[in-house]
Design a protein around this ligand. Structure first.
Ligand SMILES: Cc1ncc(C[n+]2csc(CCOP(=O)(O)OP(=O)(O)O)c2C)c(N)n1
Length: 618
């Protein structure tokens, strides 16, 4: 809670991992924070957005994408101010071009990139391990083992960044970012966001090849010094143990699993807890390894540390030796089984039996696949797309990432392809060269602004032919309603200069541009058919506010939402159930009914009903 995030120094509060990161940044006195939302990172930005509205001691923004967010924080750092950016793991792919250069230049003011990884892919398209990015870009990577340490390390990283002149990456993950833990707070310094005089440093800040060649040498020197520092850093420590048959190297949160597993097995083996992932404190690891017979490396997602420890001794076990799984996140049982297997001992509990029982029990629970919300405007758009596609026979339907990816489900089946943010536009261009069927692509408003625009420019210039439907619900729905440039409010709560998607689309040369309210399904159908007949790229903007926001605003303004009702005129044709699948409609005694508590009064079902049997409750 925001109140806890802003509590006084010395207080102990119960914080979400991401709130702890936000608090750590406040204790470090950040000057500029920028992010693009994405689970599991979003609450860092959302917390700092709320704090910024109150404190005004720093600047905060929701950037249009992660590369922009990285560059905004980088700008602050080059001026000697403290900059931070946060993103989900795949966001780092987007930011990576700027990252690789920035490591060479180095940080002036403290710079922290938070990468929120998602082992087990709870809400992501892949399970990438961003420690590799750190190693490849030569940006130091650090992890924490608890919510308290997450806060402490976040704040400390700014000092380390300034001391060594390096940008730092904090790697968190779903289990830590979304866990709650007790945190003892430090001091938030009193400060103002004051402007400084710009001092030019072209020798370092302009990465011409001649400069870059020099900078690379400097970068290695900085990393060597940092490695020495990490060998003595108090967030890397050893829990001593008498039993030297095994030593465990536990990385970040995996330390918590390893500690519990060792206790349950009643073992007294030493554990090296590591927070610095790159550069690894090799001297510290060498000392530790030399004192034990075998080493088990416990880390999520890839065998990143394991591979490096293998350069010291052959007696290294973990993922590569299959003592621990290659995929998905860990837990105490997984780590305990790995240790037991390596030592040839029994586990404290029959975990296989527990897993079997839990699989049986979970079969009893009804499946709850994610669905679009009642009244979601995407329902209406997908209904129309499916209707038109059925009429024309077939079409190719590339889509993108957002709530609307749920258009993959029956009865719409309107999502054929989903790769990464913004890919729908480039993929449609490629497909349009080789596929016979018409192409109708869908993309969300936030996604369009994030990565759709360059691909659209490219498609227009190269005379591609496809229809792009922008599902403009006036928000970044999937990640918790963060504003974007089409919305008109900034992360600090100020009025923003609205960038209208139709202006952008016309500006890049699209000749067919129509804005339609998708609740008006007959109009949308007419426009979509016209767009399909257009010889070139046609853009249809289906604009209707996200139903959750519409309801919230209605509630605030005291406006009553009048739910629809299925009247006696219903002949039970079930069109509203089979072709529209709104979650507010259910079946009772063989007839469809509308749950008044769920109906948002969008009225689309009433328009679909052939008997005109659906009316507003008076
Ligand atoms: C590179 C990257 N950054 C962030 C995300 C997280 N994310 C998934 S969809 C999405 C945007 C959704 O907003 P929008 O396109 O407006 O569609 P909506 O959910 O509102 O329908 C975001 C930020 C991601 N998957 N990939």
């Amino acid at each position: 809670m925001l109140k806890d995030v802003l509590e006084e120094e010395g207080k102990t509060v119960f914080l979400l991992g991401n709130e702890a990161i936000a608090r750590g940044a406040l204790e470090a006195g950040i000057d500029v924070f920028a992010c693009y939302p994405g689970t599991p990172s979003s609450e860092i930005g959302d917390t700092l957005s709320e704090v910024c509205k109150i404190l005004r001691t720093f600047y905060m923004e929701y950037s249009t994408n992660e590369k922009v967010a990285f560059e905004v924080a980088l700008g602050a750092s080059l001026a000697g101010k403290r900059g931070m950016c946060a993103m989900k793991h795949v966001g780092v792919n987007v930011a990576s071009d700027a990252m690789f250069s920035f490591a060479y230049i180095g940080a002036r003011g403290g710079f922290v990139l938070v990468s929120a990884d998602d082992p087990s892919m709870h809400s992501s398209q892949n399970e990438q391990d961003n420690r590799w990015y750190g190693m490849s870009a030569k940006i130091p990577v650090v992890e924490a083992c608890s919510v308290q340490e997450l806060k402490d390390i976040t704040s400390e990283l700014f000092d380390i960044s300034e001391r060594f002149g390096l940008p730092m990456m904090l790697r968190t993950y779903t289990r830590l970012s979304h866990a709650r833990g007790v945190v003892r707070l430090g001091r938030i310094p009193e400060k103002k966001l004051e402007k400084v005089e710009w001092r030019r440093n072209p020798k370092t800040d302009v990465v011409l090849p001649a400069h870059a060649r020099m900078l690379k040498k400097e970068l290695w020197k900085k990393l060597e010094k940092l490695e020495d520092f990490f060998c003595k850093w108090d967030h890397n420590w050893i829990d001593e143990g008498e039993d030297r048959r095994l030593g465990i190297v536990a990385c970040g949160l995996s330390y918590a699993y390893a500690k519990d597993a060792v206790q349950r097995l009643k073992l007294d083996v030493p554990i090296l807890k590591l927070s610095s992932m790159f550069p690894l404190p090799m001297k510290l690891i060498e000392d530790f390894v030399s004192q034990v017979d075998k080493v088990l490396v416990v880390e999520e997602v890839d065998p990143f540390v394991e591979l490096q420890v293998k350069t010291i001794t052959k007696e290294v076990y973990g993922k590569l030796s299959r003592h621990l799984p290659m995929d998905y996140e860990f837990n105490v049982a997984i780590v305990e089984k790995g240790i037991a297997k390596l030592l040839g001992i029994d586990t404290s509990t029959d975990y296989d039996e527990i897993e079997k029982r839990s699989a049986e029990l979970s079969k009893l629970a009804p499946p709850r696949p994610p669905v679009l919300c009642p009244g979601c405007p995407h329902f209406a758009t997908f209904y129309v797309i499916r209707k038109v596609v059925n009429e024309i026979g077939n079409a190719c339907l590339p889509s993108d990432i957002g709530c609307y990816t749920l258009g993959i489900n029956k009865p719409f089946e309107a999502v054929d392809i989903c790769i990464c943010m913004g890919a729908s536009v480039g993929v449609s261009n490629g497909l349009s060269r080789v596929v016979k069927e018409p192409i109708i692509a869908t993309i969300g408003d936030s996604t369009f602004l994030h990565a759709g625009i360059p691909a659209l420019i490219n498609a227009v210039y190269n005379r591609a032919k496809f229809v792009l439907v922008v599902l403009d619900n006036q928000t970044t729905g999937m990640t918790g309603h963060q504003p974007h440039p089409g919305v008109g409010v900034t992360g600090c709560g100020d009025e923003g200069e609205i960038v209208r998607i139709e202006d952008v689309v016309r500006g890049v040369g699209v000749k067919f541009v129509e804005v339609v309210n998708p609740y008006n399904i007959s109009k949308l159908e007419e426009v979509l058919k016209k767009a399909l007949a257009h010889d070139g790229v046609a853009v249809v903007i289906a604009r209707q506010k996200c139903a959750i926001l519409r309801l919230r605003e209605a509630k605030r303004s005291g406006k009553k939402i009048k739910p629809f009702k299925i009247t006696e005129a219903c002949n039970g044709c079930m069109k509203c159930v089979t072709e529209f699948v709104c979650p507010a409609i259910f079946i009772k005694n063989g007839k469809p009914r509308i749950d008044p508590a769920l109906c948002t009064s969008c009225g689309v079902c009433a328009k679909i009903c052939p008997e005109k049997a659906i009316k507003v409750l008076s």
